[in-house]
Design a protein around this ligand. Sequence first.
Ligand SMILES: Nc1ccn([C@H]2C[C@H](O)[C@@H](COP(=O)(O)OP(=O)(O)OP(=O)(O)O)O2)c(=O)n1
Ligand SMILES: Nc1nc2c(ncn2[C@@H]2O[C@H](COP(=O)(O)OP(=O)(O)O)[C@@H](O)[C@H]2O)c(=O)[nH]1
Ligand SMILES: [Mg+2]
Length: 206
Amino acid sequence: MINKSEVQTEQHGVKNNMDSKKIVFVIGGPGSGKGTQCEKIVEKYGFTHFSSGDLLRAEVNSGSPQGEELKQMMERGDLVPMSTVLKLIKDNMAAHTESKGFLVDGYPREVQQGIEFEQSIAPCTFVLWVDVAQETMVKRLLKRAETSGRVDDNEETIRKRLKTFVESTEPVIDYYKAQNKVRRVDSEQPVDDVFSDVQNIFKEFL
Ligand SMILES: Nc1ccn([C@H]2C[C@H](O)[C@@H](COP(=O)(O)OP(=O)(O)OP(=O)(O)O)O2)c(=O)n1
Ligand SMILES: Nc1nc2c(ncn2[C@@H]2O[C@H](COP(=O)(O)OP(=O)(O)O)[C@@H](O)[C@H]2O)c(=O)[nH]1
Ligand SMILES: [Mg+2]
């Protein structure tokens, strides 16, 4: 039987452990290029990458009852409950305490999610904002739909995800801009040009 203090120590342990780590929130609309840039950052800097969307899809694919609920929300382009996605991220971070940095891709999606994360884990080092025009996002996702097999890569759901991004997630950028923690990359450019801008940003923090 694990007693409460051990559990608290465990959670506290994770929190303590994170204090010395770089934590980068990677924020951008659906199809902006978050995943593409995260892969290149992992390769160069050895950070651990968590796509909150991928963690959710893994839960959906597990066939669990919770997974079925999440599937319906995601197919509507809605946001899932904060507690659900935060627990998935916490559990994964706790399993990678040896990592020197974390790329949290696609989270936070609402200001409250950011506040909750920073209170229960650690403040983010900075926010990487992958910025691109909405029409570009739609075009890229329709193209990606040809190979992604994602049920939410269809025109109707893409439009809903865009609406959700504008209404819920753009305020997150403003929230961290007020703390001068946002670093923007123009993702209209070819992938390698975006990544060279990303490297210039990382130089400031590493
Ligand atoms: N913190 C999160 C992350 C994801 N989702 C839900 C809403 C998203 O539409 C869906 C898929 O998340 P992705 O990050 O995979 O998808 P995006 O919408 O960001 O598109 P993309 O992967 O193209 O960036 O999961 C959520 O509710 N909360
Ligand atoms: N031209 C161009 N295309 C990109 C860039 N980044 C991503 N893409 C394409 O856009 C699609 C969405 O990219 P992805 O990384 O999945 O974006 P995410 O939805 O934000 O994770 C993919 O099919 C990529 O091929 C970029 O910087 N420039
Ligand atoms: Mg993605």
